[in-house]
Design a protein around this ligand. Structure first.
Ligand SMILES: [Zn+2]
Length: 88
């Protein structure tokens, strides 16, 4: 079920759900409720050599040193409640 929010109300439209899981490679019939990225965009867009040369990884932290600048990234989690769904 997909919810579309208009200016005044929420409309539910039945749609086929499911997704190819990046974790296990299988098809899951439910909505993907955990979305995430392996790396920050600025790290992911680097080629393998540049990433090895410029990026330091420590847990959920990344340090990118490039063009005389240093950038720091940390993985964050944002929980967004969905109307009509029970907490899991
Ligand atoms: Zn899976």
């Amino acid at each position: 079920m997909r919810a579309i929010v208009t200016r005044s109300r929420v409309i539910s439209i039945p749609v086929t759900t499911g997704f190819q899981c990046a974790g296990c490679g299988k098809w899951h019939d439910e909505l993907p409720l955990d979305l995430g990225y392996d790396e920050p965009m600025y790290v992911a867009e680097l080629d393998e050599d540049e990433r090895a040369r410029c990026v330091t990884k420590f847990g959920d932290f990344r340090e990118l040193r490039r063009d005389g600048e240093t950038h720091h990234f940390v993985r964050g989690v944002i929980e967004i409640p969905i109307l009509g769904m029970t907490k899991r």
